[in-house]
Design a protein around this ligand. Structure first.
Ligand code: EPU
Length: 417
């Protein structure tokens, strides 16, 4: 079976260590291709998406080994073998191979990247940005071929602060001749991590964390040791789990400095948070959460990746809450599952739902259809009366090392079956 069972009604108590960040690790693993050298990436999360990237790097000829909780990657000799279509299609992050392999080899043949079904997720902006750096694309129904006769710097204005496009331009830009400037860049902490990693390898990148990033390309890169920061989305998931179930938890290593918008919403929903460099202590106050409006936005706004989790908690909200999803157009697939548990949620359109609070969720069989929606159903299970069975746990394991172990450590009655 592929399910998780949760017995609701138990408050959470204790300490949980937050795993390394998925969305920071994946582009950095792709970036190790640029060095042609050995790098060690510490605190790598042991999640399916990382295993897929590890597999892809091996297919390309890298030597990749787990050592303790990190990956040692030697990328001195690369063979541009056809990468298995299944691995490429299994996750969105294979798109980083575009920037990395164009930078390293000057060409790449790639099936279209897959990923969670949270929207159409085209790659048009990736292509047009890389074209401005001197890449030509040829496409057919199966995938694309990209080639360059030499990357050159450019000033690239992004139509939207896309995380992946910003990362791909950085990957190619460090290998390009001359300067590249990204205007309207995404400001997510994962971008700062990628730039920090590349700067440790000898690159010169400035402005990360702002909407204007400067890259001085063409500098020789070498391997390095780098430690991944904790995952702000996993930390946020457990923070909201604590509000949902009640109790108090210490989220060890939670990157509070990246979570201002999340902590602000959590406080509005009845949490008391104490922040320190060691993590976040959260105490659920004994009152129903009160929130009337929540809108996702690019960083530093409230992250789309926590929208579903908050949706679960809002079923116990006092009054109504309008939730607006501004990043993806198909991120309300969890609504149907929450309705099966007794939630009162009205879908207004592809970007907005109205949650009528005050429901007491009832445990039942529900289905995870994507990563964050799956984690949100686990949180709903903690709040529900009785037993909740969540099918499709494989989606959750794409991004959470072991959500059952983590929540068990906090006293939840949850098992993977
Ligand atoms: N978009 C386009 N064309 C493009 C690229 C993006 O139209 O060429 C659109 C997307 O369809 C979407 C919006 O732009 O509507 C924003 O997408 P973005 O490129 O910023 O997202 P991403 O790079 O595909 C990363 C994370 C997501 C996270 C988003 C937003 C990784 C591997 N993925 O995706 O994480 O939700 O940024 O913060 O870093 C997750 O972890 O569950 C997850 C989905």
């Amino acid at each position: 079976m592929d399910s998780i069972q949760v017995q609701g009604g138990t408050g959470l108590q204790g300490t949980v260590r937050i795993q390394g960040s998925k969305n920071a690790t994946l582009p950095i693993l792709a970036a190790t291709l640029l060095t042609g050298d050995e790098s060690y990436i510490g605190n790598c999360p042991r999640i399916t998406d990382v295993y897929h990237m590890e597999n892809l790097l091996r297919c390309l000829g890298c030597k990749v080994n787990w050592e303790n909780h990190g990956l040692r990657i030697q990328s001195s000799s690369i063979c541009e073998n056809d990468m298995p279509a299944e691995a490429i299609k299994s996750m969105r992050s294979s798109v980083f191979l575009l920037g990395a392999l164009i930078g390293r080899c000057g060409r790449i043949t790639l099936d279209y990247p897959g990923g969670c079904v949270i929207g159409e997720r085209p790659i048009n902006w990736h292509m047009s940005a890389l074209e401005q750096l001197g890449v030509r694309f040829y496409q057919d129904a199966c995938g694309l071929y990209a080639v360059t006769e030499g990357l050159h710097g450019a000033c690239i204005k992004l139509p939207f602060p896309s995380v992946g496009v910003t990362e791909n331009v950085i990957l190619a830009g460090v290998m390009a001749r001359g300067q590249t400037c990204i205007v309207g860049a995404a400001r997510e902490p994962e971008i700062t991590s990628l730039c920090d990693f590349l700067n440790c390898c000898g690159a010169r990148i400035e402005g990360m964390g702002t909407d204007c990033i400067h890259i001085w390309g063409g500098r020789p890169l070498h391997g390095t040791r780098y430690r991944m920061e904790a995952d702000r989305i996993v930390a946020g998931t457990y923070l909201f789990a604590c509000i949902a179930a009640g109790g108090s938890c210490f989220l060890e290593e939670a990157p509070a400095h990246q979570m201002a918008a999340v902590i602000h919403v959590a406080e509005q929903m009845g949490a008391w948070c104490d922040i320190s460099p060691k993590g976040i202590f959260v105490q659920a106050l004994k009152k129903h959460p009160v929130l009337n409006h929540l809108s996702t936005a690019p960083y530093p706004g409230f992250p789309t990746d926590l929208q579903s989790v908050v949706l679960s908690v809002l079923t116990a909200n006092e009054g109504e809450c309008l939730v607006e999803e501004r990043i993806f157009e198909n991120r309300f697939r969890i609504v149907e599952e929450l309705q099966k548990m007794g939630a009162s949620i009205q879908i207004l359109d592809r970007h907005r739902v109205l949650v009528k609070g005050g429901s007491i969720l009832q445990g039942t069989h529900v289905e995870a259809k994507e990563l964050r929606g799956g984690a949100a159903l686990v949180v709903a299970g903690l709040m529900a009366e009785g037993n909740t069975v969540i099918e499709g746990k494989k989606y959750i394991y794409r991004g959470y090392e072991n959500i059952c172990r983590d929540l068990q450590e906090l006293g939840a009655r949850i098992v993977s079956v």
